[in-house]
Write a protein that binds this ligand. Structure first.
Ligand code: AGP
Length: 609
C-alpha cells in the first residue's frame, strides 16, 4: 500500500517527511516524492525507486518550508515511474493519495472536456484537477476540497496543499487509513503510526468521511460535509516495530487479518452489477479474443499453484473450457502441447518467480497468449505477458502467502465471470449471483477471523504432533494442499494434503492416535463422501479436526475439534475455509518459537531455479 506523510508547524518539513516515509518503507513501494510550501510556492521533488534516490535529489536540490506532504507509491494504476509518482499537481493544488478511485476514468473524461490535460496515468492526478476545476469557478480551497471529495467513489487517504492558501494543510480519509499526530504547535499526518511515533504519541485516528484543516497552529476536524467534530487524541505506547505491524505480533497475522480489505481492494472498480460482468483494466483481451481459445493452461508454484488448481474448478464448472494446471518447474521441461488456441495463465504473487517466468517464456515461444495474475505492478512476469489481472493485496511481507492467495482466487473468479460472459457460457443470472457472492465475501471473512482464539486453542492441543494429514474434496482439495503447505513452511511439522477419496488408496495406513487429520467438510454436494472418510479416520483412532458449515450438528461426534464456518456458495468455500488453516499454521509456529515471518530456508520470492 502507499504511504503518506504530512507536516505543518515551526520546523522545516522536509527532514520530518523524509524520515516519516522511511519508517513506512515496510509497506512496499516503487517510487516516492515530497512537496513543501516554500513561503507561497509549492516545490516538488519525485523519484522512481527507493527513498535513497529521493534523498539524493533533495540533497542536491533542497526543499524549504514549514508545511509539506510526502508519499511512497505502491503502484495500482499506472506503472512505477517519476511521472506517476506522487505528489501530483494541478494548477495551485498539490496532493498525495493512498487508495483506489473507482470512478476516476469518468471524472478524467469530464475534466478533459473542460480543457484539463493529464501528465500521469494515475487516478490520483484526477483528484487534483477536480479540486483545481472547482477553484477556477471561484470556490475557496477548503470548500473545493469538500465538494470534490463528495464526487469521488472508492477509497482515499489524502494530504493536500494549495498555493492559494500557503499556510494551510488539509487531510481527508475514506476507506484508507490516516492518522493525525498532535504536537505542541505542530501537527503530523500519516498512513500509519510509525511515521509519527518519533514526534508525538498523541494521535487522532480519522474515520471514513472525516477531514481536518490545519491552519494557524489549530486543527479543525469535521465531516467532509462540514459538520464540526471534537476529536480527542489517544495516547499510543507502541514501540516503532509494533507500530509497523499495527499492533500485530507478526506480519503474517496482520496480513491474515488484512484479507477482507485486500479482497475489497481487488474487487474495487471491477464489478459491473447491472451488466453482470467485470471490468479488468489490464486484461487486454477482447470478447472475440477470449472466444478464440479452446483450452487454458495455468502455471504457478507453491501456494500460487494451489490457487491455480481452484481456477481449474471455476473455469471448467462455469465456462466449460478444458483447463490444465501445471507446476511451473514441470511445465517448462515437459515439451508442452500448446499453441495459439491456448491461453496460458501464470499466477505469481511476486511476479518474479524464476520457474513461472520461464514457463511464460516457453509458452510464448510456442505461440500461446499469456495472462498473468500478479500482486506487484510491472514485475518481471507482468512485463512479459499479453494481459494482467492485478491483485490489490498490498505488499505481502510474511514469507507464507495468505492475503495474496485469497486475492488470487478472487482474481480467478473475476476472470471466470469475464470469460463466461465473453463466451456466452455464463448466463446473466449466474454471473450476477457470483458477483453478489464476491461482494458479500469480505463480511464473511470478518466472521471467520473471529475464530482466531479457538484456532489457537486447537494448536495448543495438538502442538506435540509430528505429522498432520489434510483432507478435502473437489474445489476444497487444493485447500487441503494449501493448509498442509502453510503448516510445513512455518511450523516445520510434516504435513500432507490429500483428496479425501484417496484415503483408502494408501494414506489410511498412517492413521493412528498420533496423527491429527484436518478435514475440510463444507455442506456441499460431496459432504456425504467426506463424512464417511471422517468415519474411516475416527474408526481407526485418528484424531479429526473438522472444519464444517455453521450449524452442522452431525460432525461433532466424529471430531476431536470442530471449527464452524459461515454457510456460503461452493465457489466461496475455499476462501473461507483457508483462513482457519492459515491461523492454525501461524499459532503452531508461534508456539514452537519459530520465526513466523522469515521461516528457515525460505525466501519470499524464489528468483532462482
Ligand atoms: C507460499 O506460502 C510460499 N511462500 C511459496 O510457496 C510461494 O507461494 C511460491 O514461492 C510462489 O511465489 P509467487 O506466488 O511469488 O510466484
Amino acid at each position: 500500500m502507499c504511504g503518506i506523510v504530512g507536516y505543518i508547524g515551526q520546523q522545516q518539513a522536509m527532514p520530518i517527511i523524509l524520515d516519516g516515509l522511511k519508517s513506512l518503507e515496510y509497506r512496499g513501494y516503487d517510487s516516492a516524492g515530497i512537496c513543501t510550501m516554500d513561503k507561497t510556492r509549492p516545490d516538488i521533488r519525485r523519484s522512481r525507486g527507493k527513498l535513497f534516490n529521493l534523498s539524493r535529489l533533495v540533497e542536491a536540490l533542497p526543499l524549504r518550508g514549514r508545511i509539506g506532504i510526502g508519499h511512497t507509491r505502491w503502484a495500482t494504476h499506472g506503472k512505477p515511474s517519476e511521472t506517476n509518482a506522487h505528489p501530483h499537481q494541478a494548477g495551485p493544488v498539490v496532493l498525495v493519495h493512498n487508495g483506489i478511485i473507482e470512478n476516476y476514468l469518468a471524472l478524467k473524461s469530464k475534466l478533459s472536456g473542460l480543457g484539463h490535460t493529464f501528465k500521469s496515468e494515475t487516478d490520483t492526478e484526477v483528484i487534483a484537477h477536480l479540486i483545481e476545476q472547482k477553484m477556477k469557478s471561484g470556490t475557496a480551497f477548503e470548500q473545493a476540497v469538500r465538494d470534490s471529495l463528495r464526487e469521488l467513489k472508492g477509497a482515499y487517504a489524502l494530504s493536500i496543499v494549495s498555493e492559494t492558501d500557503p499556510d494551510t494543510l488539509i487531510a481527508a480519509k475514506s476507506g484508507s487509513p490516516l492518522v493525525v499526530g498532535v504536537g505542541g504547535k505542530e501537527f503530523f499526518v500519516a498512513s500509519d503510526i510509525p511515521a509519527i511515533l518519533p514526534h508525538t504519541r498523541e494521535m487522532v485516528f480519522l474515520e471514513d468521511g472525516e477531514m481536518v484543516v490545519f491552519k494557524n497552529g489549530q486543527a479543525q476536524f469535521s465531516t467532509v460535509a462540514g459538520v464540526p467534530l471534537k476529536k480527542m487524541p489517544k495516547h499510543i505506547d507502541w514501540s516503532p516495530l509494533m507500530a509497523e505491524k499495527e499492533g500485530f505480533r507478526h506480519f503474517m497475522l496482520k496480513e491474515i487479518f488484512e484479507q477482507p480489505r485486500a479482497v475489497r481492494d481487488t474487487l474495487s472498480g471491477r464489478i459491473l452489477e447491472e451488466e453482470g460482468d467485470v471490468y479488468l483494466e489490464d486484461l487486454r483481451l477482447s470478447d472475440a479474443g477470449l472466444r478464440g481459445f479452446t483450452r487454458i493452461c495455468i502455471v504457478a508454484c507453491g501456494t500460487s499453484w494451489h490457487s491455480a488448481l481452484i481456477g481449474k474448478f471455476l473455469l471448467e464448472e462455469h465456462c466449460r473450457i478444458p483447463v490444465e494446471v501445471d507446476i511451473a518447474s514441470e511445465f517448462r521441461y515437459r515439451n508442452p502441447v500448446i499453441g495459439p488456441e491456448t491461453l496460458l495463465i501464470a499466477i505469481s504473487q511476486s511476479g518474479e518467480t524464476a520457474d513461472t517466468l520461464a514457463a511464460v517464456r516457453e509458452a510464448r515461444t510456442r505461440g500461446a497468449r499469456v495472462v498473468a495474475i500478479c500482486n506487484v505492478i510491472e514485475s518481471s512476469i507482468a512485463r512479459e505477458v499479453d494481459g494482467v489481472i492485478y491483485t490489490h493485496a498490498g505488499p505481502e511481507i510474511g514469507v507464507a502467502s495468505t492475503k495474496a492467495f485469497v486475492t488470487q482466487i478472487v482474481a480467478l473468479l473475476l476472470f471466470t465471470i469475464r470469460m463466461g460472459r465473453a463466451t456466452d457460457s455464463m448466463s446473466l443470472i449466474r454471473s450476477r449471483e457470483l458477483l453478489a457472492d464476491l461482494l458479500h465475501l469480505p463480511g464473511l471473512m470478518d466472521q471467520v477471523l473471529t475464530l482466531n482464539e479457538a484456532v489457537r486453542d486447537i494448536a495448543l492441543h495438538f502442538i506435540h504432533a509430528r505429522d498432520f494429514l489434510y483432507l478435502g474434496r473437489g474445489i476444497n482439495y487444493p485447500i487441503a494442499l494449501e493448509g498442509a503447505l502453510k503448516l510445513k513452511e512455518i511450523s516445520y511439522i510434516h504435513a500432507e494434503g490429500y483428496p479425501s477419496g484417496e484415503m483408502k488408496h494408501g494414506p489410511i495406513a498412517l492413521i493412528d492416535d498420533q496423527m491429527p487429520v484436518v478435514v475440510i467438510a463444507p455442506l456441499d454436494r460431496l459432504y456425504g463422501k467426506v463424512e464417511s472418510n471422517m468415519q474411516e479416520v475416527a474408526a481407526r483412532g485418528g484424531r479429526v479436526i473438522a472444519l464444517c458449515t455453521e450449524g452442522d450438528r452431525d460432525i461433532s461426534d466424529k471430531a476431536e475439534a470442530v471449527l464452524e464456518i459461515p454457510d456460503c456458495s461452493e465457489h466461496i468455500a475455499p476462501l473461507l475455509f483457508s483462513i482457519p488453516l492459515q491461523l492454525l499454521a501461524y499459532h503452531m509456529s508461534v508456539l514452537k518459537g519459530n520465526d513466523v515471518d522469515q521461516p528457515r530456508n525460505l525466501a519470499k520470492s524464489v528468483t532462482v531455479e
